[in-house]
Write a new protein. Structure first.
Length: 255
């Protein structure tokens, strides 16, 4: 039997003060803010000001001053989200919006906060929160959207046949010009086997090319197809391997 005395050190709870939490958040690049709903006074941290290029006393402490820095296009939505949280409709105030910097440019931020105290009848007293700069992420999203839009435009307006084919020959995507050539609409074509439209005398060489592409080799081939209404056409294709970032599978991408 062992006499085990209470370990006061192990039992002691780790207490982190509000000041310590503030230091951690500030050190991670977050800007802190506090809104006193009874006076409409908004206090912001030095890190918050640094994020937008402001120095001491260049930002007023009223809610109106704070909201004036929110991008005009975002302001109604942000204030509506804030009002919903104050009314108890949401557990947390959380929004992504743009804030004006000292030089007149705007930064995207993710703003999060929560009411820390209310009056006995439920009215908000104090709302505390923090925000982080998400401009780089938003720029990446915008760039990706532009690339996807451009790719979609090329795919849907290109005069030649553009297609994506799975490793087993399943047609995954084809532009309108290509669908016209094989004489099917999109609903009929997608999911079918692309080998079926290759004429028998060229099917083996097309399959050889397809398999090489799936293994990572780009290929060019001339061959003949027969549409589902009987029309025969000579085609020349340039096919490259395409690693689908969503599935992780290599596909046959051709034009």
């Amino acid at each position: 039997m062992t006499d085990r005395r209470p370990d006061e050190t192990g039992a002691r709870a780790l207490a982190i003060s509000e000041g310590d939490w503030a230091a951690v958040l500030e050190g991670s690049g977050m800007g802190l803010w506090e809104w006193d709903a009874t006076t409409n006074r908004v206090l912001v941290s030095d890190g918050w000001k640094d994020m937008f290029g402001y120095v001491q006393d260049e930002v007023g402490d009223s809610l109106g001053e704070w909201s004036s820095l929110v991008h005009p296009d975002d302001r109604p939505r942000v204030l509506a989200d804030l009002q919903r949280h104050c009314c108890g409709e949401t557990l947390m105030f959380s929004t992504e919006h743009r804030m004006r910097c000292k030089d007149g440019s705007y930064k995207w931020v993710h703003d999060r906060g929560k009411i820390s105290s209310r009056t006995p009848d439920g009215k908000p007293l104090l709302l505390r929160g923090f925000q982080g700069d998400i401009t780089a992420r938003k720029q990446e999203e915008e760039d990706r959207l532009k690339r996807e839009t451009l790719l979609s435009l090329v795919l849907h307006t290109g005069p030649g046949c553009i297609k994506r084919v799975a490793s087993d020959g399943t047609l995954l995507q084809m532009n309108p010009a290509g669908l016209c050539m094989i004489e099917l609409d999109e609903e009929e074509a997608i999911g079918g086997c692309v080998f079926d439209v290759i004429t028998p005398e060229h099917r083996a060489s097309f399959i050889d090319m397809h398999q090489a592409v799936i293994k990572g080799v780009s290929r060019t081939l001339q061959f003949e197809i027969q549409g589902f209404k009987g029309t025969r056409r000579w085609m020349e294709t340039f096919a490259v391997p395409f690693l689908n970032p969503v599935t992780g599978h290599t596909e046959h991408l051709a034009v």
